[in-house]
Write a protein that binds this ligand. Sequence first.
Ligand code: F6P
Length: 485
Amino acid sequence: MSLVVVSNRITRGNANEPVTGGLAAALLPVVEKSGAIWVGSSGRVREGAQKEPFAEIEALGAGALAMLDLPAAHYGGYYEGFANSALWPALHSRADLICVSQGDYLSYREVNAFMARALLRFRKPETAFWIQDYHFLALGAELRDLGVNEPIGFFLHTPWPARDIIEGVPHHRELVEAMLAYDLIGFQTEDDCENFASYISSSLGLVVDDGVVTSKHGTTRIAVFPIGIDVEKFARQAAKAISHPDVSRLRRSLNGEKLAIGVDRLDYSKGLVNRVSAFDRMWTVQPSLARTVSLLQIATPSRGAIEAYGNLQSELAKLVSDVNGRHGEVDWTPIRYLNKGFSQTVLAGLYRTAQVGVVTPLHDGMNLVAKEYVAAQNPADPGVLVLSKFAGAANELDTALLVNPHDIDGMARAIATALSMPLLERRMRWEAMMAKLRRHSIQQWFTSFFETLQNARAEREAMQPVVEPPVQWPPAAFGQRLIAG
Ligand code: F6P
């Protein structure tokens, strides 16, 4: 069976090019090894009606990458509008930031329909479709409308919030009903899956029985598949990257001081203001820690055209400059703050250089930076992960120092604890996390999703209602009986 994977963002697989976001980095080895076709946005738009959607196709390991130009008239309403100004804030429990128009919703549906038409080109007699993330909630339903009867699975990389929050999204009912065209819907955590099930039963009035929803589309299985990383590959990459020129320059610049690292997209869900405030608090409460540790915070801009992102960028820049101004010295900058992206190779080397990894989102589907930081460590002298308990990764990485990102004092204390943790404890915590990462690798994620998709499809086929011949009234014999008196 051939596989078509779909996501908005894709990556060309060059380890030396910057890659934005966990999804693209995670899907890369899946496509390279499985031989799938990966279809996503080229990042370019095209004017006018496209009879045949334009895609540039290139090889990617054993698979291929198809980069699609999305329709110019609908791109803004789809990406900056409905996907990232309604769905994204709601999915991260920030209903207060929802800001969309009816036109945005129509554009979102248009782009989903456009993608469905484009996918027909990659359909073979036995094809399974695997749709990724909140950009394409309705894509399964659009494919079904085009007559696609093959297995279609969906995986959500973000959290799924409580029912009342998702109800703040205009057209939520239509969208979730459309999602039930999928054979399988996968979530990162049990909480996400339970929230979804609760929406289905309370808002749609449908029954969820043992992880199966029955709707007008048939049956849909809902289940949990925590996404992983290619652990061994990342560990090898980190060991090698330590001699990369950028990483060597960083090490030389440290003058014996320790390094904490944070790597995030510049997004309000990542808790960046709280994190910087925690470092500020730590240096204020324990001035002896000044000069002994600095924070390297990489905050890669994305979705810059959206007001909430622009506001965050200004707020963070001001805060970092304020903290550096108050705690800095002529020869010491407390926070090295960079607004650009780095390649996987360089990031792996930076993670290995840092004694502390700070991953403290307010809410996150999984957060693969946490997993990559752990995989990158030197087994003989591993660093410590300070991890938000509201990141999906905290379910597995429970021997990290778990923190509440809203508790600035608590985070400050945890960072100080991480900095002074003895080697034995660091190794014990790290080994326990590595064992979990190996058990839940990206390969295992792919295999278990794909197998469950095939089973879910078989279940749906088995549950197809038996089509009884229409009941005839009056029954054929009735008239004859009347005639016969
Ligand atoms: O977390 C959801 C997600 O789609 C990630 O997979 C990825 O990290 C990020 O959002 C990408 O965001 P964008 O493509 O808008 O920069």
